[in-house]
Design a binder for this molecule. Structure first.
Ligand code: C5P
Length: 277
């Protein structure tokens, strides 16, 4: 039995840091938005045991360092007789970009296994596994547009926004999330109060959607190419922002890119199309 589904990319329309916790993580208020740009994830359950992961990107780990592999391993820990889990990843989402590709692949494995297991796991158990795997994974269980607090794992789904055109632009430099958090200034880290989900519901009815990312300056200090790309986007007079911890940026319009910048023309992806290839 096998299931093949999309693992969409995300952007953060808003990313504010509320404070730093004793465990080193940062409290966030963020608004996630799924994109049509997606990886493809196939999951198969066969006889036997263990996990095998194939991926068309040889630079990515094929074992426990791959979040998709770890998602399968967490499910096997609670369903030890579920069989052998075979995962096939077709990567389209750039890595080190702040687009959530690894987290989305892991969530797609969880969604696929929920369809394949004779007795699916209770929703709370899947959510607990997702939160353990990474801060963004819980969002990708439902996709669409969502507000999140905590590390990003306390997710409230919001109504779909229109299928707005998006250009994702990636400078030729990756950024590692922990490094960007590490490069924040003390003033970047808060403390601040969240606006809250009700205020965000009202704000998202505005056009254009308000865009903000507290991590931008830290990312630009680490990789000046991000700042150069944002300056170029500023001249285009279109709504734009860096996504997550970077290095990808996005514009809410379709654009011809500057030299040396990879682009993907895509759209906001509604919740009902989360799995659609
Ligand atoms: O949760 P995830 O594994 O995606 O986080 C990667 C790293 O990003 C963490 O180890 C931490 O350094 C940083 N992070 C953070 N606060 C968050 C999310 C991530 O400090 N809310």
């Amino acid at each position: 039995m096998k299931v093949r589904l999309a693992a969409p990319a995300k952007i953060n329309l808003h990313l504010e840091i509320l404070g730093q916790r004793a465990d080193g993580y940062h409290e966030l208020e963020t608004v996630f938005q799924c994109l049509d740009l997606h990886d493809e994830v196939q999951v198969e359950l066969t006889g036997g045991g263990g996990i095998a992961l194939a991926c068309d990107d040889n630079d990515l780990p094929h074992g426990p360092n791959n979040l998709a592999w770890r998602a399968a391993s967490e499910v096997q820990a609670v369903r030890p007789r579920c069989g052998r889990i075979l995962i096939d990843l077709r990567k389209r989402i750039p890595v080190g970009a702040g687009l959530g590709g690894g987290s989305s692949d892991a969530a797609a494995v969880l969604r696929a296994l929920q369809r394949l297991l004779p007795t699916p796991l209770p929703a709370e158990e899947v959510e607990a596994i997702a939160a353990k795997l990474g801060s963004d994974v819980a969002f990708f269980l439902r996709g669409g547009t969502a507000h999140a607090l905590g590390r990003g794992e306390q997710v409230t789904p919001l109504d779909d926004l229109p299928q707005i055109p998006v250009t994702v632009l990636k400078p030729p430099v990756p950024l590692a999330t922990p490094e960007v958090y590490g490069a924040l200034n003390p003033t970047d880290r808060g403390p601040r109060q969240p606006l809250g989900v009700d205020k965000w519901k009202a704000r998202l009815r505005q056009a254009p959607v308000p865009l903000f990312n507290r991590m931008t300056e830290a990312a630009c200090r680490l990789q000046p190419a991000v700042g150069e790309l944002l300056a170029w986007l500023g001249q285009k007079k279109v709504p734009h922002l860096m996504s997550g911890s970077g290095s990808a940026c996005f514009a809410l319009a379709h654009l011809e890119p500057p030299a040396g910048i990879q682009v993907w023309n895509t759209h906001f992806r509604p919740r009902a199309r989360l799995d659609a290839i």
